[in-house]
Write a protein that binds this ligand. Structure first.
Ligand SMILES: [Zn+2]
Length: 331
């Protein structure tokens, strides 16, 4: 007799969007993937309501596509911006959502009538890339997700590493220049202050305002406030010297941060995900060269640095994986 397939729903909660989907417990496929706006300004209760609605829609679509019964859904894995307390299922503080000590896990579990787990969104993205994406097959993995900020996740000896208080992996706020640029966290010289999406755009704007010639200006009709990291990558692919310089500098800053991580953790895989992967080899070639110049050779030789392979779904896949790992043990 064929054993009935069981499913887990994954939620990736962000400041802008809520992504959702389901997977069978073996992680072999993504089902009913979708995304809706978070609309955090409407308050926590409304956001929980939207998450619950997504869970219901994902379950219904998965049932239609697979013939699964409601009882075949084991629970909901939630990835959320942190810091958070996994044991209590509480989001301690999220500037982007405006929450403080919010019991997100139980609020969602009560609303949908299924058990739920909570983990950090960047941990989930790293776990997703490890379980089903570019870091597959690795055993010691460092993950960076570069967007509005820089999130990080650590998989050490085949397990997600959370640290003493679930705060491990804050790679974006490691210092690469002790007297450098001010970061949103209040510190100076954090990696995030140099290589996040807004930081990349900001550096391009500074060089442009310094009077250098570039197609960037015409790409945003002269309104430099509209320059994003994406604009910079597009211009670099068209051979624009200023944009290429900004991408090379980004590779340098990321290379410094990643060299530190490689010297500390000796990973077999560093996976760099998020919008920067759009820059392709223009970013990754000089990044790898910077790491080769800086990090300890045996560690560099053992490590591949790869772009993420799940640009739209790593967070959801990882949220499913965290539920699985927290419920059944290791993946
Ligand atoms: Zn910082």
């Amino acid at each position: 007799m064929k054993i009935r397939e069981k499913f887990i729903v994954g939620i990736d909660l962000g400041g802008t969007n809520i992504a959702a989907g389901a997977m069978p417990t073996d992680g072999t496929r993504e089902i009913a993937m979708r995304m809706v706006p978070t609309m955090a300004q409407e308050g926590a209760d409304a956001v929980v309501g939207r998450i619950a609605a997504q869970v219901e829609e994902v379950i219904e679509q998965t049932q239609r596509e697979t013939g699964a019964a409601r009882a075949d859904f084991l629970g909901v894995g939630i990835g959320s911006p942190g810091p958070l307390d996994r044991a209590r299922g509480v989001v301690i503080v999220t500037p982007n959502l405006g929450w403080r000590d919010f019991p997100l896990r139980d609020e969602v579990a009560n609303r949908v009538g299924l058990p739920a787990t909570l983990d950090n969104d960047a941990n989930c993205a790293t776990l997703g890339e490890w379980w089903c994406g570019a870091a597959k097959g690795g055993r010691n993995v460092v993950g960076l997700t570069i967007g509005t900020g820089i999130g990080g996740g650590l998989i050490l000896d085949g397990r997600l590493y959370h640290g003493a208080s679930d705060a491990a992996g804050e790679i974006g706020h490691t210092t690469i220049d002790s007297t450098g640029r001010r970061c949103k966290c209040g510190n100076y010289g954090c990696l995030e202050a140099y290589a996040s999406g807004p930081a990349i755009a900001g550096r391009a704007r500074e060089v442009l305002e310094g009077g250098e010639d570039s197609i960037l200006a015409s790409m945003v009709d002269g309104d430099v406030t509209r320059i994003t990291a994406q604009t910079v990558f597009d211009a670099s692919k068209r051979g624009d010297a200023l944009a290429l310089e900004v991408v090379r500098d980004t590779a340098h800053f990321l290379g410094v941060g990643i060299s530190n991580l490689i010297n500390i953790f000796n990973p077999d895989t560093v996976v760099v995900a998020g919008g920067v992967t759009q820059a392709g080899d223009l970013l990754f070639d000089p990044l790898r060269a910077e790491v080769r110049r800086r990090a300890f050779k045996p560690a560099v030789d053992a490590c591949r640095i790869v772009p993420g392979a799940l640009p739209l779904s790593a967070g959801v896949v990882g949220a499913v994986a965290t539920f699985r790992a927290q419920t059944f043990g290791d993946l």
